[in-house]
Write a protein that binds this ligand. Sequence first.
Ligand code: SF4
Length: 369
Amino acid sequence: MNDIQPILDKVLEGGRISSDECRFLLESRDLAKIGAAADEIRRRKNPPDVVTYIIDRNINYTNVCNVVCTFCAFYRRPGKPDTYVHSIEEICKRIDETIALGGTGVLMQGGLHPDFDIEWYEDLLSTLHEKYPDFQLHCFSPPEIHNIHLISGLDYETILARLKKAGLNSMPGGGAEILDDEVRKRVSTKCTSQEWLDVMRAVHKVGLRSTATMMFGIGDDVGHRVGHLQKIRDLQDETGGFTAFIPWTFQRENTALGRKITEEPTGIDYLKMLAVSRLFLDNVQHIQASWLTQGLRLGQTALGFGADDMGSIMIEENVVSAAGANTDANEKELRYQIREAGYRPQQRDILYNYVDREVARSSVSAEVT
Ligand code: SF4
């Protein structure tokens, strides 16, 4: 078989494609056809004229990290002179600034600190939740939860139930990279694929929702990427807890792995991965364009390849910017890019509920149309 059309027809008729078919699409060079099918599915699944975005802030509460990931330019080993842990006052200052800009939440993640037990995280969340009861705390990632498990001895579900009680609203899907241990072990000493999935299962079991991510281009091949998508789809069949899927490419600058890797995924690879994700993940509602890693122009292009969401205006981001992604955007610029792609920009919160606010309305009238 060398024609992808029967596979695309199957999806367009409401069928589910197999991992072999997914692989076939990823190996195809017919990006335009794949993109058109992904765009059609995206228009059926989400309002066709709307592209959403969120105003939030990435706060990396510490750069101290107990494990080594060769693709990471952010972490510092415990005890090194340039380590930091943000105080509550520093975090509150950043949240105040985010609220002033119309933000609805914070994405807070950090390194795997060897000394922070569950009480540290509970204190952080409960202090913030008490001070900002309506502000969404979208925090931590499966490796951080696994780290708490190693320190506290508590199981994932108990940890997540306690963090939810302390104020956690949802969890970002970071730390997935490629969910294949052969690849992971080559580049990282963090949690295994199964542990990542088990944490997410527990997140959903305690009634929280999360995103799922994929970072490709770290020595993985098409088979590894297909396997990753299959694991996400299987868990979503079981729990229904993923709000969105966000693929992006490895950012190599200042990383040990970046000095070794000779071939990086191209813009075409990114768009194809995004479009195939939309086609394969028939049970995930939102696919997010990662303009932060791909640049605003490719992020905008992604809106025609299955993405219905532009992610965050990213007031502060330290992890991927440390690895070379220095794209910056404010709300007005992001809305302009969305509008120029032919959609109506719509602010949302972390759970994809629309946010209606005066500032957003007045910025619409100020936009170039
Ligand atoms: S990616 Fe996360 S877990 Fe890995 S070294 Fe960086 S901070 Fe630590």
